[in-house]
Design a protein. Sequence first.
Length: 470
Amino acid sequence: MLVQKFGGSSVEDAGKIRQVAEIALSHRQDGRIAIVLSAMKGITDLLLGAAREAESGKASYKDALATVEFRHRQAATELTSGPTRLALEAHLDQYLKDLRDLLHGVELVKECSKRTLDLVAGFGERLSCLLMASHLTGRGEEAHFIDASKNFILTNDNHGEAEVDFEATYAAVEARLRPLQGVMVITGFVASTPEGRPTTLGRNGSDYTASLVGAAIRAEAVEIWKDVDGVLTADPRFVKGTIVLDEISMEEAMELSYFGAKVIHPSTMMPLLERGISLRIKNTLNPAVKGTLIRQNPTPHTNDITGIASISAAALINIEGSGMIGIPGFASRVFGALARVKVNVIMISQASSEHSICIVCRETEAQTALVALRAELAIEHKQKKLKDCELLTGLEIIAVIGENMRGRPGITGRLFSSLGDAKVNVLAIAQGSSERNISFVIESKDREKALNTVHAAFIGPKAAGQGAKK
C-alpha cells in the first residue's frame, strides 16, 4: 500500500481538497491507499494564537475561532451535499463546540498548559480530515476517518514534541489499517499517550506521521506532497539556477534537512531508513512532475556535490588558552555545561594543538551558552589559563553535502579556493568523518555571495565536466 501525506497548502480550501482527493484516488493500489493530512494552511497558527489570547483573558480569541469555523463550514458547503453534508455538519458542530468550550475554559482559568495546548493544536488536523473523508464518502468512495490521537500513534507525555513509542505505534497502526479497504484518511501531527492523553509530534509532525504509518505497514513507498517540485540543489530565494534533484540518498536528505533545507525533516526519514522504504517528494500544484526520490541506494550522478544548505542567525563562541591542552575531559565539561542549559550545539571545530575550540549555536541561545561556559571555566580564566570566551554573532553556517565527496581529493581545495576568489572570509570549518558534509561559518552579509559561488563552482554550468565519474 502507498502512503501519501499532504501539507497545509495542499488542503487550504475546497478546491485544493478536491485536487488532493483526485490524486489519492488515482494512486490506489488494489483499491487501497492511506493519506495523511495537515491542517488547512494557517489554521494551526490561528488555534495556537487563540489559546494564547484566551490565556491572557482576551476575548479576541473568539475572532480567530470564528475564522476557523467560517473556513471549514465554507469548505463543507462546497465539498458535500444531501445526507453527507448533514452528517458532516453534525460532526463539525460537535468539534467546534468542543473547541469553544476548551478555549472558554482557558479564558476562565487564564492558564493553558502544554497538555491543553496540544489538544487545541490538534483540532486543525481533525477538521481537515473530516472534510476529506466526508467529501470522499459523498462521491461514493469507501473512506475511513482515523484520528491518530485515538490509540494509533503512541508517545510519551512530553507535550509539544512527544517521543514516539515505535513498537507500540507500529502494532497499533498495523492492527487498525490491516482490515480496511478504500481510502484511509489519517490525521497528521497528533498522537496520544497510552492513557489516551492527546500529544503532538512537533515541527513537521504530519510528515513524521506519514513516515510512521508507512514503516508500520511496510508500505511500498511514502510520498510527501508539498507546493514545490522536489528537493532543490539550494534555496532558490538566494541562489540562481537551482535544479530539482531526481534522486538522493536518505543520508544526503537528512544532512540537507538538518542544515536548513525545509522540504523534509530528518526525523521523518529515520523510520523509513530502518525498513528500507523509499520516500518521494511531489508537488500538489504540479502532479505531473516526478519529484525527488529519496532512497538508500540512489542512481549515481556526476556532480561532486548534491546540494547546499545553510542555517541563518548563528553565533560562534571561541574558547582559547593553554588550560585545555592535554587535559582529559575538558571537552566533556564544555558540552556538559551547554547541555545543562539546553543549548543545542550545531557545529564544533577544534585545532589539533588543542589550544582553541569553537562552538556554534543559534544566536537566540548564544547569551545562555556564554553565561554557562563562563561559569564552568571561571577557575581556569581566573588562573590565566584561558582567555575570556569570545562571542561572535550575525553568522551563517553553510553546509556542502554529497555522497560523491567521499574519497574525492581536491573537493575541499576547490571549495575554499572559490570562496577565496569571491573574497568570502571563512571563520570556522568542520568536516565529518563520513566525508559527506563540509560545513563552514561566514558572516551573514556574505550569505548570498557564498551560496552562489559554491553552487556555480560545483553544480552550475561552470562545473560541467568537472564532476565525479562513476
